[in-house]
Design a protein around this ligand. Structure first.
Ligand code: ZN
Length: 288
């Protein structure tokens, strides 16, 4: 199933439109995504195929959808989790996951415009894992069973703020308003032939920026669940941005940052795509 957010209400995306979860389940689940993810297994069992087939559909566009999990308790970001991206960042492969947070106020829908705060904003196409049940000290072998589904994310990053100071503070540079677009839906694992190996790419117009596969993650989703849950309790609806492959703007020669007027597209096989319009939120330099 594909759990999404239409006008602040949880919906399932199906052929021909969106089905409202609260109406579908006679008020047992919804309208918030939290109420569904807190009871994910019961919800999966309750939504039978036949009932879904007969349900009333509402048409929608990508721009009508909000972040599929609008109020996660925690958002984890993982840095340097593809070898080619670690190399372009001038770093060795990490021995343990590099973790930061993206604050929940930075979430946005799959086609929500983002106002660029500077000319130094970078893109990071990422697979996002959505936690499906409370996780404490979970083993890697059990990791996938704690994940409700996967979605597409962008870990937008203002590089100057991310990297400045004697001890770089990743979280602020990655938490400007709209810097964590997600969607279009949380896709349950049963919809994917192999959730460990999905094509991931990002582009602007005909310029391909990133192109890889999630099998190249240094720390896979179950490894991340094991590592994070050994330190933090994970809650239903928590998001894990799993890291980005090579091709980010700061690692290019010349460097290539996002420009106002562009639309940043991010796609993952089986999950769908984000189409983020970029707007100018800073003063132009006089020399332009
Ligand atoms: Zn990232």
């Amino acid at each position: 199933m594909r759990l999404a957010n239409l006008a602040g209400r949880a919906v399932l995306l199906v052929d021909g439109g969106a089905v409202d979860v609260e109406r579908l389940t006679d008020g047992k689940f919804g309208p918030s995504a939290r109420s569904i993810l807190d009871n994910w297994e019961a919800f999966r069992d309750a939504v039978s195929g036949a009932r879904l087939d007969a349900a009333e559909r509402t048409s929608y566009t990508l721009a009508d959808l909000g972040a599929p999990v609008p109020e996660p308790r925690q958002i984890f970001g993982i840095g340097l989790n593809y070898a080619d991206h670690a190399a372009e960042s001038g770093a060795p492969n990490p021995d343990f996951p590099v973790v930061f947070t993206k604050f929940p106020s930075s979430l946005g829908g799959p086609a929500a415009p983002v106002s660029l705060p500077s000319a130094g904003v970078d893109y990071e196409a990422e697979l996002v894992a959505v936690v499906g049940k409370r996780a404490d000290h979970v083993s890697e072998a059990d990791g996938w069973s704690y994940i409700a589904g996967l979605t597409v994310g962008q870990d937008l990053s203002e590089r100057e703020v991310q990297l400045r100071g004697p001890a770089p503070q990743f979280s602020m540079g990655k938490s400007y308003r709209g810097f964590s677009p997600c969607g279009p839906a949380v896709v349950s694992l049963d919809e994917l032939a192999n959730p460990d190996d999905l094509a991931i790419s990002g582009w602007i117009g005909d310029e391909v920026l990133q192109k890889s596969r999630t099998e190249k993650l240094i720390f896979s989703v179950p490894k991340l669940v094991a590592y994070l849950s050994a330190i933090c309790t994970l809650y239903p609806g928590d998001l894990i941005f799993t890291g980005t492959p090579a091709g980010v703007g700061v690692g290019r020669k010349p460097q290539r940052f996002l420009r106002p007027g562009e639309t940043l597209v991010t796609e993952i096989e089986g999950l769908g795509r984000l189409e983020i319009p970029l707007e100018q939120g800073y003063e132009s330099s006089a020399s332009a």
